[in-house]
Design a protein around this ligand. Structure first.
Ligand code: GLU
Length: 531
């Protein structure tokens, strides 16, 4: 069988990582199965779906290499077909107007009472529901409204589709049957949704419970009692089709065989199964993905940190790294591989391997993965990739004769391209280096340290050019002279030369900056500390 999956985003703003993960899973499953990957833009929310949002989405897919087959389907262009489908559903008895007398009435889908033959319906056994004593039950061909008492003693109104109550009997206080639902009595119920038949003084309902069920490729067997479902709107009073109808109709038209989407759509699926049936189409297979969550287990949002694909791109994450990381967010190849190329992912990806529990977003893990991808770049590729980030975050470096050497030194330590923001000290004149005041205080207050740092600077004056190895032995010699433990001068020197506590190895850094420049920086740092 042909494998056809789609990504069906609602373009209402920036692209959230959760959404793009859905796209990635669909894409991987399709490419694995040598199927067809479709893109459908569900742009029916006219107030929130903007061209800008659509452009961002397409750009984002392009960046990640999520190529699609066939033309993009824009859902707004389908609305004529959706309305025709709704009319057809009315004709076939699967839908009705909420206010039959009004021309512009919402249209509701009718959960069919005669549904026993449907593949996704099963019987779950007899049920008795005790009612609020003496309360009334209202019925019509669409549904049943009844009152129960909550554990706290409150009267609660319940409403559900008539289809949920096979062989319904409404009992009176003495247990007698006040109403029995059969072929004949059902036909006699008001067909106008605005009218209801009332049965007074009831005590309980008994009926045969039926369930809607399906096998979810990720979540396993799922079911929902039909008596907890209501008929639902498919066309609004302004004539616009509702998500359920549009989504299902378009899946049918695009001949989708597999729906992979977020598990916030599980509840919709129980309704969609009926819609597919009513439209005469075999329902696709479903795979609902658990949410991406934060450390507290709550849905991951902008409040938890960067949540949009554009943010990661801007911060210097590589598309391959983000793709790889998101592929593993809620899916595993079944072995301990983590860094996987697209080809390896396609080869290994089956949707059944998606995990059932929510996936926790971990920026540190993504950053480390990004570093692995950056480390693999050739020197030229690295230079090319950092160019736009240098312009933005380290303009001093652009055109500097030092740049190539700095890049070579820093390449293996670069976790995201935006890290170039920390390279400025290489390119500034000694008087323009910015110092971290706290670090200065912490590492350059001790007299003995200050003296030895000063002595090291004087030694540099005598060494007009020096290599990292020479610098290292010079530092060790000063440490020895002052009885300072080996290596203890590295950090004070790093602050003095670079202004910061993080960076590449201090010997290589001093070699690159040069002895004269380093000596003046050290003196300036010592003077600053004295101020
Ligand atoms: N437009 C829906 C969403 O973004 C798509 C649902 C689906 O994939 O069926 O949530």
């Amino acid at each position: 069988m042909d494998f056809r999956a789609r990504f069906a985003p609602s373009p209402t703003g920036q692209v959230h990582i959760g959404n793009i993960r859905t796209a990635i899973f669909n894409w991987l499953a399709t490419r694995h199965n040598k199927g067809t990957f479709l893109l459908r833009i569900e742009d029916t929310d006219l107030e929130r779906s903007t061209q800008d949002a659509i452009d961002k989405l397409l750009e984002c897919m392009k960046w990640l290499g999520l190529d699609y087959d066939e033309e993009i389907m824009y859902q707004t262009k389908q609305s004529g077909l959706h309305k025709q489908a709704a009319e057809k559903l009315i004709e076939t008895g699967y839908a009705y107007k909420l206010n039959p007398a009004e021309e512009h009435s919402p249209i509701l889908f009718k959960l069919p009472y005669d549904c026993d033959g449907m593949k996704f319906i099963r019987q779950a056994g007899p049920v008795r529901i005790d009612l609020a004593p003496g309360s009334a039950v209202q019925l019509n061909q669409a549904g049943v409204v009844y009152n129960t008492v909550s554990p706290k003693g409150k009267t609660v109104e319940n409403a559900a589709s008539l289809a949920g109550f096979k062989n319904l009997e409404i009992l009176g206080a003495d247990g007698s049957v006040l109403f029995r639902l059969d072929e004949e009595s059902r036909k006699a119920l008001p067909s106008n949704p605005q009218e209801k038949m009332t049965v007074e003084n009831c005590s309980a309902l008994t009926f045969l419970r039926r369930e809607v069920f399906y096998h979810d490729l990720v979540k396993g067997d799922l079911a929902k009692p039909l008596d907890s479902m209501k008929d639902f709107i498919i066309v609004r009073s302004d004539g616009s089709p509702v998500f359920h109808l549009a989504n299902v109709y378009d899946d049918m038209q695009q001949r989708v065989t597999h729906i992979v989407r977020g598990d916030d759509h599980v509840e919709n699926t129980y309704r969609h199964l009926f819609l597919f049936e009513a439209l005469g189409f075999t329902p696709p297979q479903y795979a609902h993905l658990p949410m991406i969550v934060n450390k507290a287990g709550k849905p991951y949002s902008k409040r938890d940190g960067d949540a949009f694909v554009g943010d990661f791109r801007e911060k210097g994450f590589m598309a391959q790294a983000l793709f790889n990381y998101l592929s593993l967010l809620g899916w595993s190849p079944g072995d301990d591989r983590e860094k996987m190329s697209k080809e390896e992912l396609v080869e290994a990806f089956t949707i059944e391997r998606a995990l059932r529990s929510p996936a926790q977003f971990d920026i540190a893990k993504l950053t480390n993965m990004n570093a692995l991808y950056i480390a693999e770049l050739s020197r030229d590729e690295f230079m090319e990739r950092i160019a736009p980030y240098l312009e933005k975050y380290c303009p001093e470096a652009v055109g500097s004769p030092l740049l190539e050497k700095v890049a070579e030194l820093m390449h293996s330590r670069t976790k995201t391209f935006a890290d170039v923001a920390h390279w400025t000290y290489f390119f500034r004149s000694p008087e323009n280096v910015e110092y971290d005041a706290k670090a200065l205080k912490k590492f350059l207050s001790d007299d003995m340290i200050r003296k030895s740092v000063e002595e090291f600077a004087s030694g540099l004056d005598a060494l007009p050019s020096c290599t990292a190895a020479e610098i290292e032995s010079k530092i060790r010699a000063v440490e020895e002279k002052y009885g300072i433990p080996q290596g203890k001068l590295n950090q004070p020197l790093r602050i003095a030369v670079t202004g910061s506590t993080i960076g590449a190895g201090i010997y290589e850094t001093i070699e690159l900056i040069g002895s004269a420049g380093s000596a003046s920086r050290i003196r300036r740092a010592l003077a600053m500390k004295n101020e």
